[in-house]
Design a protein around this ligand. Structure first.
Ligand SMILES: [Zn+2]
Ligand SMILES: [Zn+2]
Length: 774
């Protein structure tokens, strides 16, 4: 026997074994079936299973075939999967034949990513409208490529037994699909059909059943045609829906919701129907039709939508149906529907049926509900296109909780966010999971949701929490939550968090000059900041410039009354004479008695905190040019100032000279600009032209500060940069001056992004304080 022959055979065919661990968004996307198909086709033996930190595969076969499997995982995974890392270990080749999908392992540290909810795929949509299909008109059709995920997960790994679908045992037909590796619904955890799955019920305001199944849907459509308001339970919560073309219905919804002006989102039956109302660019089309199906702000040209849907607003928040229930409703109704988050003021979205009847009883007349429980609330995400790319304004359904890769970030930090548009974040090694929009922590309901999100975070979003990052504001409820966790705390200044979030969103390392402009945030010196220029270095940060300060008569009340910001600005410039400038609408809108009281407060400095807030400065200008004296929602006056400039070219750029302040920082002085604005207001110049000149002036001021600081990269962040005109004008001015502007993309520039910045900065602080040997 020649000794060479067995050795050669070994080299060619001896099976090798590998354990392959895949991390990332790999659960709930048909990843195990995908591995099963690949492995079976390659003739490999072994198994695949979901684990708390991803998917683990043990495969035996030839080296070449195992390499092919790894290559497919790395380079051609299923459509909605995101592979963050692959670890490969050698193991002994197994003797068994065949490849199996094993039940999930539940021990270990939970860090697998849970996918966001995914809009209905084309294959499911075709089934929905196919009279021959067993899911014809079934509002809960889904498969491994689409359907609910994060909204139904109770624990991970993502398996039916750990979702709110566990209460629906699969019927034999669905079970056969679930068990068949060749089927699109192989291990589709939310798989359902009319026989075994959730169903619809229409109820009246007393909770009485009016209709069931498809009859409930048809009765809903009839009610909508009659102009009634219906609360519709969807993926992440309830929508309030009414005929978007019926002015009386929309106004009634506004009155009942106590929401006089804030724009309402509209769901269109199809892209074609939407394109009649709004021009849609290729990028906007990708956003509207992508897996997340967010609300996209589009320019509004048609008149199919009633004026009071978005009064005085050139933009319309539009979306396409993303759940089969919406497809059925909209195709039956045939016209656009208002689809606004069902909540009261800015509370968290309503998810529960009993809660809906209680909290929405005064608003909705009918309730279209289903019996698939929503485990966690998810609002619709909101996106707009700014400077040629997407800018996420609200990160929620479809986008959260995808992880954001951040080089060097340490695991184990929980960031509790700020106060408005709050989100929380949890860091892992090399990435941060930013949770969905929770809302303003003004109400008990929102604070409860915030607390639940924190409780959730350890089990769902990451490993053990070592430290807690929070805002510097001592009185924020989120800071209180951080204290209650009884772990080491790291306070992160509000505007620093904005800048760091913008850097993380863009994968940018220090040094960076951050321009953080927003409403208000607690400053490191205890004053109210909001028009900040912050330099971020690898080891430190400093405030290098800010807007000249002015008093806010009434403190918090100024956010609801832009005219108070205007009065503060005038007083800072002209003293008591400001109170007599009754030719200005901002001053004349106060009664003589109110002016006396406010004058006294300003003179004595009582309840008149000084601020450098750019947001309040925008408010003040909106009031000065007569656009808005009182606001019914956050940022309204500033938004209206942006809209006023629509299509206007700047007739001039107001001057904001930059001078050295007492502490060595630069001061951006608004006084010359104010003088010009008053001149223009008194000369009858239109608000649009004033707004355009303001935007041009502020962008020029950013460039002047950038030149003084001399750092090439300039990050534009904070709620003011939701304003497309401000962002685009600043980007243009910075580029023309040779700087490299960076701005937000996947993470909102508003306070919805600061949890990310808190987590990243706290990780740096924590790493610095570690002993050098660790
Ligand atoms: Zn599908
Ligand atoms: Zn079934």
């Amino acid at each position: 026997m020649s000794p060479a022959r067995p050795a050669l055979r070994e080299r060619v065919a001896a099976p090798v074994g590998r354990r392959i661990r895949v991390r990332g968004a790999v659960q709930g996307v048909g990843f195990r079936p995908f591995v099963h198909r690949q492995a079976t086709a390659l003739g490999l033996s072994g198994w695949v299973t979901n684990t708390p930190d991803g998917v683990t595969i043990e495969a035996s076969g030839t080296q070449a075939d195992i390499d092919s499997l790894i290559d497919a995982i790395a380079h051609a995974p299923p459509p909605n999967a995101q592979v963050a890392g692959i670890e490969i270990d050698e193991i002994a080749a197994a003797a068994q034949t065949g490849f199996a999908i094993r039940a999930s392992q539940i021990a270990g540290v939970a860090s697998a990513e849970i996918l966001p909810d995914i809009a209905t795929c084309d294959a499911c949509l075709a089934e929905l409208f196919d009279p021959a299909n067993r899911r014809h008109l079934y509002p809960f059709v889904n498969c491994t490529h689409c359907g609910p995920r994060y909204s139904i997960v109770e624990a991970i790994p993502y398996d039916r037994a750990r979702t709110s679908m566990r209460r629906f045992p699969l019927c034999p037909a669905c079970q056969a699909e679930y068990d068949d590796p060749a089927d699109r619904r192989f291990h589709a955890e939310a798989n359902a059909c009319p026989v075994c799955g959730p169903s619809l019920t229409l109820r009246d305001g007393e909770g009485r059943t009016l209709a069931r199944f498809h009859g409930a849907l048809l009765a809903t459509v009839t009610a909508l045609c009659q102009g009634r308001i219906v609360a519709v339970k969807g993926i992440g919560g309830f929508h309030l829906m009414c005929d978007a073309g019926n002015e009386a219905s929309v106004q009634r919804l506004r009155q009942r919701k106590h929401r006089p002006d804030r724009p309402l989102a509209v769901m269109f039956p199809s892209l074609a129907a939407l394109e009649v109302e709004c021009p849609v660019s290729p990028l906007e089309c990708d956003l509207l039709c992508g897996p997340a199906h967010p609300i996209v702000l589009l320019r509004r040209l048609g008149d199919a939508v009633a004026p009071s849907v978005a009064p005085g607003n050139p933009w319309l928040g539009a979306m396409l149906p993303y759940a089969p229930l919406h497809h059925l409703l909209l195709s039956e109704f045939g016209r656009p529907l208002v689809a606004t988050s069902a909540n009261v003021s800015d509370e968290t979205i309503v998810t529960d049926e009993a809660d809906a009847l209680r909290r929405l009883g005064g608003i909705a007349e009918l309730f279209l509900v289903h019996d698939r429980p929503i485990v966690r609330p998810l609002d619709d995400s909101v996106v707009r296109v700014v400077a040629g790319r997407e800018l996420v304004l609200r990160r929620a359904r479809g986008l959260a909780p995808l992880a954001i890769p951040v080089a060097g970030v340490a695991a184990g930090i929980l960031a509790v966010g700020g106060h408005l548009k709050t989100t929380i974040a949890v860091s892992r090694a090399g990435s941060v999971v930013l949770g969905p929009h929770i809302g303003d922590l003004e109400t008990l309901a929102a604070r409860d949701a915030h607390r639940r999100a924190i409780d959730d975070s350890t089990s769902l979003m990451g490993g053990a929490i070592g430290r807690v990052a929070h805002d510097m504001h001592p009185d924020y409820p989120s800071t209180g939550e951080a204290r209650a966790l009884d772990r080491p705390m790291i306070a992160v200044q509000h505007h620093l968090a904005h800048v760091v979030a913008c850097m993380a969103d863009n994968g940018i390392e220090p040094p960076v000059l951050g321009v953080a402009w927003d409403g208000t945030g607690f400053g490191a010196d205890g004053t109210i900041w909001g028009g900040e220029f912050i330099v971020v270095e690898p080891e430190s940060w400093r405030r290098v410039a800010h807007l000249r300060t002015f008093p806010l008569p009434g403190g918090e009340a100024v956010a609801r009354e832009p005219r108070r910001a205007a009065l503060g600005l005038l007083y800072a410039s002209f003293g008591a004479d400001a109170l007599e400038m009754t030719d200005l609408p901002a001053v004349s809108s106060f009664t003589a008695a109110e002016r006396r009281v406010l004058g006294g407060m300003l003179e004595r400095g009582v309840n008149c905190p000084a601020t450098s807030s750019a947001g309040r400065f925008f408010d003040a200008v909106a009031a000065l040019c007569g656009l808005r004296q009182r606001a019914s929602y956050e940022g309204q006056a500033a938004a209206e100032l942006e809209w006023a400039a629509d299509g206007a070219t700047a007739h001039r750029a107001y001057e904001f000279p930059v001078a050295e302040g007492e502490e060595g920082e630069s001061i951006v002085d608004w006084r010359p600009a104010l003088a010009s604005i008053l001149e223009d207001v008194r000369a009858g110049i239109a608000p649009g032209a004033i707004s355009a000149a303001l935007h041009a002036g502020l962008a020029a001021a950013i460039v002047v500060v950038a030149r003084r600081i001399g750092i090439p990269r300039v990050a534009l962040t904070g709620g003011c940069f939701q304003n497309a005109r401000l962002t685009e004008t600043s980007i243009g001015a910075l580029r023309a001056a040779g700087f490299e502007p960076i701005w937000h993309r996947r993470v909102p520039p508003n306070d919805g992004g600061i949890a990310l910045g808190q987590a990243v900065w706290a990780s740096r602080v924590a790493q610095r304080s570690l002993p050098p040997c660790v």
